[in-house]
Write a protein that binds this ligand. Structure first.
Ligand code: FAD
Length: 530
């Protein structure tokens, strides 16, 4: 339940945008409540390509200012979230008969470099056929003319980006609640008065709010449907799917950005989390975003296109570890082709019929921070307060600091293996220190949960005590990130459930239900082998 019954600002949605806004607003002294209907980061934010990028494709669609903004934001995240965001090299092959030729590619690369001016990650290189094959010998040779190599960035776990923003928001005094579904936005005399929400036990709550931000991603229109007066439809989502496979014969050492043969759309093949993330697709989607799953046709398309670029791969459904789909919360733009719909975010002020209500439409992971600043600037104006200027601008995320101390402690404590130490630092950065302190203070948590000694019992306690985890699936999929390994975290699930049971007071029946819920979540991610 919310700690207070009246807030300056209530944010609906705990994806990357809601979390970023909560952190920025709370840091300026605004009294914030964030409500998320499921777990934090369980929506679109989890189902993306996990790139922090300017977006070469946006260049093609003439969205120059978006590319420029994204490249500036990329530089900021590489610094302030350096434990989570890192540079990757991307290859772009060009084949005879493709829609995009070498000249267009060269122009695009030059423009990309120019726009990263002052924040470069390394300049692009144009490669002829021989050089390209020398670098990536597994790539299809037939019709290959050459290509380019450029740099962008990747966030392996955007889920952690969300959790750290929320942890920072809470440190500034924000209240953040998961499993709290907004069921009504109350408008009285054309002015927002507050929101109603239900908790997991079915409890109903009401809080007063001076400003409400609807950051519900693809659910923005569903949330607008809870306003007690007619509201416009704003979102026209498109579904994008990915498959995740293990290393394969001829697999590239760096990422690939390739034009698909079937429909000339570019898609990615990205080394990620010890596996390869392949996607995405782009199809209009009208259903409930919670029900979005990759279709058979999308899976076949991604397999066929990957096998075409890497002929020795011979990937089949059996090779897929898991697959997922997300709905892009794009602005409604009539009959425009999916790829041509703007990826720029829009902040809609509903002042005419619901003064005090803002909706966020669109936006990318990459630009969440600038979006958060823009929304908070507006909130400050609407509240008419003398809030501090944005202070998060160059501030590090909690895990970006203290990595060296964490490394030292890992060596001293010696509970986890070398592989485990790498894993902890990749997932938690400097926050690893706090996990180790817990292990130090409470000896029953100073043990590993897997034969390879990579997962610490104190991680589970940390997820519950300091990172808002309420269920086993939260811990496995969005805190420890074990759920994104090839076995979806199932080999360690029982052991994690044991520690979680102690932390959350589960009896045997609850523990069994939690394991069942995790299996059900995983079943949605698995691809049936037909
Ligand atoms: P979400 O993450 O969906 O969060 C909204 C939250 O609101 C959800 O958690 C939901 O549960 C909650 N909610 C809904 N209704 C209610 C309610 N009634 N009460 C309380 N809570 C509610 N961007 C990039 O920068 N790089 C990429 O590589 C990239 N790749 C992408 C690939 C795909 C296939 C897709 C779909 C998107 C991609 N994006 C990428 C875009 C990016 O992922 C999204 O724009 C971004 O994650 C949206 O975040 P959000 O917080 O607005 O939405």
């Amino acid at each position: 339940m919310a700690a207070s019954e009246a807030y300056d600002l209530v944010i609906i949605g705990g994806g990357i945008n809601g979390a970023g806004i909560a952190r920025d607003a709370a840091s300026r002294g605004i009294n914030v409540l964030l409500l998320e209907m499921n777990d934090f980061a369980s929506g679109t934010t989890s189902w993306s390509s996990r790139l922090i990028h300017g977006g070469l494709r946006y260049l093609e669609h003439g969205e120059l200012s978006l590319v420029y903004e994204s490249l500036q934001e990329r530089a900021r995240l590489l610094r302030t979230a350096r434990h989570l965001v890192h540079r990757i090299r991307i290859n772009v092959p060009i084949y005879t008969g493709g829609k995009r030729g070498m000249l267009l590619l060269r122009i695009g690369m030059l423009a990309y470099d120019l726009m990263s001016f002052g924040k470069p990650l390394g300049r692009h290189r144009m490669l002829d056929r021989r050089q390209f094959l020398a670098n990536e010998p597994g790539v299809a040779e037939d019709g290959l003319r050459g290509g380019a190599q450029y740099f962008d960035a990747q966030v392996t776990f955007p889920e952690r980006l969300v959790i750290e923003n929320l942890a920072a928001a809470r440190a500034y005094g924000a209240d953040v609640l998961n499993y709290s579904r907004v069921t009504g936005i109350d408008v009285d005399g054309a002015k927002v008065r507050g929101v109603r929400y239900t908790d997991e036990q079915g409890g109903e709550h009401e809080v007063a709010a001076r400003v409400v931000v609807n950051a519900a991603g693809p659910w923005v229109d569903h949330v607008l449907g809870t306003v007690n007066r007619p509201m416009p439809g704003l979102v026209g989502g498109t579904k994008g799917s990915h498959i995740v496979v293990g290393p394969f014969d001829g697999a590239p050492k760096d990422a690939f950005y390739v034009e698909a043969y079937i429909d000339t759309r570019p898609f990615f093949i990205i080394p990620w989390n010890g596996q390869y993330l392949i996607g995405t697709t782009d199809h209009r989607y009208r259903g409930d975003p919670s029900d979005a799953t990759p279709s058979e046709a999308e899976i076949d398309y991604l397999l066929a296109e990957t096998n075409r670029v890497f002929p020795r791969a011979n990937l089949t459904r059996r090779d897929i570890h898991f697959a997922y789909a997300g709905v892009r919360p794009l602005p409604r733009q009539g009959k425009k082709a999916e790829g041509a719909i703007t990826r720029r975010h829009i902040i809609r002020n509903h002042q005419r019929n619901a003064l005090g209500l803002l909706s966020v439409i669109g936006g990318k992971l990459t630009t969440y921070w600038s979006l958060a600043e823009q929304v908070t600037d507006r909130v400050v104006k609407m509240l008419g307060v003398r809030a501090k200027a944005c202070v998060t601008r160059q501030m590090f995320l909690p895990g970006a600091l203290g990595t060296t101390a964490a490394e030292q402690m890992l060596a001293e404590l010696g509970t986890v293996s070398e592989q485990g130490a790498d894993r902890l630092l990749e997932v938690y950065g400097g926050r690893t220190r706090r996990i180790l302190e817990l292990a130090w203070e409470e000896p029953h948590l100073d043990r590993t949960l897997d034969p390879a000694r990579t997962v610490l019992a104190s991680e589970v306690a940390f997820a519950v005590r300091h990172e808002f985890a309420r269920h086993l699936t939260d811990i496995v999929h969005r805190r420890t990130m074990l759920g994104l390994s090839p076995d979806l975290g199932e080999s360690v699930a029982e052991a994690v459930a044991d520690v979680a049971a102690g932390e959350l007071g589960w009896d045997a029946a609850t523990r069994a239900r939690e394991l069942e819920a995790l299996r059900a979540w995983n079943a949605r991610l698995r691809v049936p082998v037909s």
